[in-house]
Design a binder for this molecule. Sequence first.
Ligand SMILES: *Cc1c(COP(=O)(O)O)cnc(C)c1O
Length: 391
Amino acid sequence: MSENSRKVSAETVLTHAGRNPEDQFGFVNTPVYRGSTVLFKTLADIEAQSQPFLYGRAGNPTTETVESVVNELEGAYRTKLVPSGLAAITIALMSCVRAGNDILISDSAYEPGRKFADGYLERMGVSVRYYDPRIGEGLADLINVNTKAVLAESPGSLTFEVQDIPALARAAHAGGARLIVDNSWATPLYHQPLALGADIVVHAATKMFVGHSDVMAGTISSTQEAWPDVDRVRTLLGFFTSGDDAFLVARGLRTLAIRMREHQQRAIEIANWLEQQDEVSAVLHPALPSHPDHALWKRDFTGSGSLFGVVLKPAPRDAVAAFVDHLELFSMGYSWGGYESLCLPVMIKKARTVRPWADEGNLFRLHIGLEGVDDLKADLAAALQRYSAAR
Ligand SMILES: *Cc1c(COP(=O)(O)O)cnc(C)c1O
């Protein structure tokens, strides 16, 4: 688009970006490119290294399709497709630090990312600390001279605290650290952390981008200033995503906007309904007025995702089993973002260090899929009855 032309909508970016049918004999989609070797014609060509693709590991036209779409939506300088959401987090953290540095991770952050920091970065001489996800401006007090990265996840995908990204970015930058944001929940359709001051944005593309529970992938996007460090780490580590996987991510992205709208609406309807149920002590959904961070969500987000938490009144393990073991439409499993609904019991106490989880109730995480809303409610209503009977 030319500079003075109107900014196109996200829906148009999703449907038109990253493909060029003229290069593909008129076929609408960039096909699956499979390949390791890329051929050069002359000595001058191999010396110049100026071909768009040089070797399979660095990417191919199929992976580039996904990268163009996500890059435009995030308003990033560059984006790379990587093998998983966790790979995006590990690359992002490694791009900021060297031995002797320090990082700060939100206590609400995705657990495998924490394990990478504790189990690997610590061993490489990086100190790892955790902070209260609701710390906001107070982060400034935790930044030391050697703090180089702050990892945020907003909202946290188990406990749903919304983080004050502009405040975290100001505090991080004042202390010479970069802010990394995991934006998997909202997707760039509803939240754009780079515009709010973040330096690096990561996605578990496995979730909403793919949308069909059939591929693992991640993306990492950044500002121009952070990109050389991100790209160097990714290249040095040899991460690669296949054209087959990239094709399925691209396919998912084309319908992201309409899927998100449906997931959002159904999730809000079910969250509101759950709030009225006897066995429920809290619903953790930032779009509900009852959520402690609702005002912050309204300020910084334009929509909400498929995923939220529900806390049921305290009850022994048997009641939790009664709730989940006989669900008919909701299935139990990790991950989320597919067309099918999921319900996961969350053992939250073990996952926190800075801000212990005080609620005595049982926390479940729901991903609301594309089934009929009344059918989903009936499944949950029956589960609540079983829970009540076992309590
Ligand atoms: C699943 C998830 C990840 C990791 O993504 P994978 O593709 O499973 O590695 C990271 N962040 C969040 C919020 C997630 O839900």
